[in-house]
Design a protein around this ligand. Structure first.
Ligand code: URA
Length: 233
């Protein structure tokens, strides 16, 4: 593919804009400045503009280890947005495939592929999400049974769908909860319905995609082909 076509497809630029960007001398292919739009770009080329990698044209998929204190939206008047943690071009085109509360940490998936994220967020698909939960009060003996049956949340007509609870450390009130819904503040409201309170919430898994603990909080990486494909299966 020609370099100018690559920039048009990757950045959504017009051919004229791509030509201006290339002529500015800020575009490199495999670390060499290129000033002609006719330069050939192959699959193994790394194209950078002003030091930032221009992703190959096509959808983008990332996992982010969301730290505490960041919101999953493009703008917020009082908190930093999690998008600020991404060193990417065309941030406006990206969205979260399922948000976390500002104080919840862990796995968030970010993409510009709406059909792909719909497979994760559509209530019909019942995509599993696993959360590590620390409660304020001890884990009740009847919690596993009640959550498997479904609990009544305030302002909801239907009880929650069956959820799976696994105790990790009873002394620390620590457990894993797997749910297939994504209602507003769902996990916090589920434990409120049981008379308890969530101290801290951390997402570890969405479908078959697990949080990569080689990432530090605030770091992100591209998803692997297998991780992307797992959502279509
Ligand atoms: N449930 C919650 O209550 N908060 C989250 O951030 C995610 C699930």
């Amino acid at each position: 593919m020609r370099l100018d076509k690559y920039l048009c497809d990757a950045l959504g630029a017009t051919r004229k804009e791509a030509t201006i960007i290339i002529r500015s001398g800020d575009v490199t292919v495999n670390d060499e400045v290129k000033k002609s739009g006719s330069v050939k770009v192959t699959d193994d080329c790394v194209v950078e503009w002003q030091g930032r990698t221009i992703p190959k044209p096509g959808p983008r998929y990332f996992m982010l280890f969301k730290p505490d204190g960041f919101v999953c939206s493009h703008e917020d008047s009082s908190n930093q947005t999690a998008f600020a943690l991404l060193d990417e071009v065309k941030i406006d085109a990206l969205h979260f495939a399922g948000r976390l509360d500002v104080d919840t940490t862990g796995l968030v998936l970010i993409t510009d592929d709406g059909q792909w994220s719909h497979r994760i967020t559509s209530p019909k698909r019942k995509c599993e999400k696993t959360y590590r939960v620390w409660l304020v009060d001890p884990i009740g003996e009847d919690y596993a049974e009640k959550l498997a049956e479904g609990v009544e949340l305030r302002n909801e007509k239907e009880p929650t769908l069956p959820a799976k609870l696994e105790i990790v450390n009873a002394d620390e009130n620590e457990l894993l909860l797997t749910i297939t819904e994504g209602k507003y503040h769902q996990v916090k409201r589920m434990f409120a319905a049981l008379g308890n309170k969530v101290e801290h919430l951390h997402r570890e898994r969405i479908g078959a995609i697990e949080l990569d603990y080689s990432l530090e909080p605030g770091e992100y990486r591209s998803l692997t082909e297998e991780e992307i494909a797992s959502v279509w299966n």
